[in-house]
Structures are given as C-alpha cells and as structure tokens.
Design a protein around this ligand. Structure first.
Ligand code: AMP
Length: 214
C-alpha cells in the first residue's frame, strides 16, 4: 500500500501513521522527522533547513523531493509506505507523480481552532519520538514518556507564531493538493476533529478495502 497522509499540521497524521505503519508493516516516511533528524545530527542538510523550520516555513522543493526520492529508493519501502507530511506543494506533488504511483490519499480534515489547540498542547519524547498531548493524550507521569521514560519536549515550531505561519503556509501551498488528488480519484476524507481513536475508526475500513482490493 502506497499512501499519502495529507492535512493541516496537528491533524493527527503522524500519530496515526505511526500506528498504521506497525499494523501493516510498512514504513512511515515523515519528511518533518527526516529534517529534524538532520538538524539534530548537524548534517549539511540540517544546517540548511534549521531556521526555515523554526519559522514554520517550507524547505525548498528540490531539497525535499531529493530527500524523499532517496528514502523511497530503499528496500524497506518495496511493499509500501505512508508519506506523512509530503507532498506539501504542487511542484512536490507533480514530481512525485513522475516517479511513484500512489494507491490512496487520506485527507485529514480539521479547522484552525482545532489545529491551534492540538499543536500548542503537543509534547514529544526526546528519545523515541512518541507524541502526547497535555489534555487529550497525557503521559502517565508529567513530562516523561510512557514507553521509554525519557523527557518530553515542545517543538520549536509548536509556538503560537510558528503555528499561525504553518497554517497560512498550509492554506496557500498545500490545500490545492486536495483538488489535485480528488481529480485523480485518490482522495479519501476523514473528519480528524475529534480524537485519535475516532480518526482511526474511520481510517481502518478504508485501508482494509484497499488491502483487499475492494
Ligand atoms: P512536520 O513535522 O510535518 O510538521 O514538518 C516540520 C517542518 O519540516 C515543516 O514546517 C517544514 O519546515 C519542514 N517540512 C516537512 N515536510 C516538508 C515538505 N514536504 N516540504 C517542505 N518542508 C517540509
């Protein structure tokens, strides 16, 4: 299964992609995670993208497409993958059309108020990347990861100015992709305004149908 998870930041794409990736044994390819990893490791790519990411702007298309092309060339993607946070612009979508055929695009729908609430309460594990929310998905011990016990942190771009910027960028650059994929007959809408369990309940039958080819 080759899937794209599309939607505003904070719609729950990453949380669901992590679960689905395990269930269907296909890798989650998150461009945001790949860029954050590069920043953490201080690589050349990391140095190029650090300040762009902190402002909540988009990394240039060529760099992003190259990163994804390289990642999708690795053997673990042979039986499928979930693209989480890519493509995010029309040029990225057009490039992807040129080298991959996608089975479905899941469109996570959520309004602006929901995005701000989700992102401002988001906490992430420094060590294993597990995602929490102070109200909707609190860790058992405050500030500590349930799975590995490491400290939780707030992403630099989950501060309010960056959140507003990311929403603006999403509307201008990413939203047009909805019509692009709807036109190709690939789009499946999900109401992502409630909680993870609710989104998952909508997603499961879609993936099951894709898997069985119905
Ligand atoms: P995310 O974790 O998906 O919210 O991504 C965090 C940040 O990484 C974004 O705000 C962008 O700066 C950068 N980024 C991630 N994916 C892309 C992409 N497909 N195109 C450009 N920039 C991206």
């Amino acid at each position: 299964m080759r899937l794209i998870f599309l939607g505003a930041p904070g719609a729950g794409k990453g949380t669901l992609a992590a679960g689905i990736s395990i269930k269907y044994a296909i890798p989650q390819v998150s461009t945001g995670d790949l860029f954050r990893e590069a920043v953490k490791n201080g690589t050349e790519l990391g140095r190029k993208v650090k300040s762009i990411m902190e402002r909540g702007e988009l990394v240039p298309d060529e760099l992003t497409v190259e990163l994804v092309r390289e990642r999708l060339g690795r053997p673990d993607t042979r039986s499928g993958y979930i693209l989480d946070g890519f493509p995010r612009t029309m040029p990225q979508a057009m490039s992807l059309d040129g080298f991959q055929s996608i089975d479905a695009v899941i469109n996570f729908q959520i309004n602006d108020e929901g995005v701000v609430r989700r992102l401002s309460g988001r906490r992430i594990c420094k060590s294993c990347g597990a995602i929490y929310h102070v109200e909707n998905r609190p860790p058992k011990r405050e500030g500590k990861c349930d799975s590995c016990g490491a400290a939780l942190y707030i992403r630099d771009d989950d501060r309010i100015e960056s959140i507003r910027n990311r929403l603006r960028v999403y509307k201008e650059q990413t939203e047009p992709l909805i019509a692009h994929y709807r036109g190709k007959g690939l789009l499946k809408d999900i109401d992502a305004s409630r909680n993870v369990e609710d989104s998952l309940a909508q997603l499961q039958p879609i993936l099951q149908a894709l898997k069985t080819g119905r």
